[in-house]
Design a protein around this ligand. Structure first.
Ligand SMILES: Cc1ncc(COP(=O)(O)O)c(C=O)c1O
Length: 377
């Protein structure tokens, strides 16, 4: 049996007619950059997330870069960020000449460990980027209290977590810090037909500046108040995403059901060998990824399992095989193996399994039986 890591064709079947209708309307209008489609979608995202403003931009990476600019991050500043994340959480910090200060994660949720943050603060610390990894929010109550104490801006990298809810505050991912960032990369839970991103905020002054920054620092054409960039959300993406947004909650529900079924299968067959994802408190985890940890194992054995899954036609992946603090592009920061032990252990022992609302029970049974066979042989 072949089970792809993600099969967007299955999702497309459901929304094809509506999307094609919207694209045709847009083609008739020939308005492809910003405009009504983008403004409508921005309003929809703000309403969905419970914030006052939403500003579209070209990608999740740009959403983080623009948020850092808004937060006033500049050369010499330090920004706290987990190392166990996609490089785009940290890359924009360095792009601005500031220093990413890599933090370790909690071994159960894989999100930044708030208990270790105090040790990382210096006079230069100006902001914290909190990543809601795999679709579950980090412990925002603790992080917001910590940020208040040290007067830090809180930027939520919610690129993997649109629709996730942080239980203790009953709030959606991205809506709790000063600025929240989303990616609409096609594989995301809300994915476009190319790159796209968004920043949400409750602060009008932030939103007003973002509208300018994404468009060459300009409010009036050819007059440039700020030094900006070209980072606009295409109308084509907005019109596609507007359709998909209607189904997002249903799709999240589907992912939660698939995760619960995996949990059940692993509990029945492999309880002592596999650690399934932990949902903290009454969070709503959106399972952008379903990540298992193989107990008492080595990187070598995990890699062999990955190879075996591939041999059996299963599109498993590792997110992320090399933590940010050990990436060559950050070697100048001087981290070495062992600097962030939980992060490293997690990177060496976890595997992401296929998860999407359209995944069938037969496919899930097959995946778990392949893992069962490999680990017990
Ligand atoms: C955690 C995280 N941050 C940032 C990004 C960057 O988003 P994009 O690919 O839209 O630039 C991604 C997605 O790839 C991500 O998963």
């Amino acid at each position: 049996m072949k089970v792809p890591a993600l099969d967007l064709k299955r999702q497309y079947k459901k929304v094809k007619k509506e999307i094609q209708h919207n694209i045709n309307t847009l083609c008739d209008k020939q308005q492809f950059v910003l405009g009504k489609a983008v403004a409508d979608f921005e309003r929809s995202i703000a309403a969905y997330c419970g914030t006052k403003y939403a500003v579209g931009c070209a990608s999740g990476t740009d959403a983080i870069l623009l948020s850092l600019i808004i937060a006033g991050i500049k050369r010499g500043d330090e920004v706290l960020v987990p190392s166990f994340t996609f490089i785009a959480s940290a890359e924009p910090i360095a792009r601005l000449g500031a220093t990413p200060v890599f933090c370790d994660i909690d071994s159960k949720t894989y999100n930044i460990d708030h208990a270790l943050l105090e040790k990382k603060v210096t006079k230069k610390t100006k902001a914290i980027i909190v990543v809601h990894l795999y679709g579950q929010t980090a412990d925002m109550k603790k992080i917001i209290a910590f940020a208040k104490k040290y007067k830090l801006n809180v930027i939520e990298d919610a690129c993997q977590a649109i629709g996730a809810v942080y239980g203790p505050l009953g709030k959606k991912a991205g809506s709790m810090g000063d600025l929240g960032c989303f990616s609409f990369f096609p594989s995301k839970n809300l994915g476009g037909f190319g790159d796209g991103g968004m920043i949400i905020t409750d602060k009008k002054s932030y939103a007003d500046t973002l509208y300018m920054l994404r468009q060459h620092g300009s409010q009036k054409k050819y007059y440039h108040t700020l030094l900006g960039m070209n980072s606009r959300l295409d109308a084509l993406q907005a019109t596609v995403l507007q359709v998909k947004l209607k189904y997002l909650d249903e799709w999240i529900k589907g992912r939660i059901e698939k995760a619960a079924y995996y949990d059940r299968l692993f509990k029945e067959k492999l309880e002592r060998l596999i650690v399934t994802p932990k949902v903290a408190g009454d969070n709503i985890h959106t399972y952008h990824q379903y990540v298992i940890k193989i107990n008492d194992t080595s990187k070598k054995r995990r890699d062999e399992l990955l190879q075996y899954l591939h041999k059996k036609g299963i599109g498993a992946n590792i997110y992320y095989p090399e933590p940010c603090h050990l990436q060559p592009c950050f070697s100048y920061l001087g981290y070495s193996k062992g600097s962030l032990s939980v992060t490293e252990q997690t990177a060496w022992t976890t595997i992401s399994l296929p998860i999407y609302p359209e995944l069938s029970r037969q496919e899930q049974i097959y995946i778990v039986s392949v893992i069962d066979y490999f680990l017990k042989k």
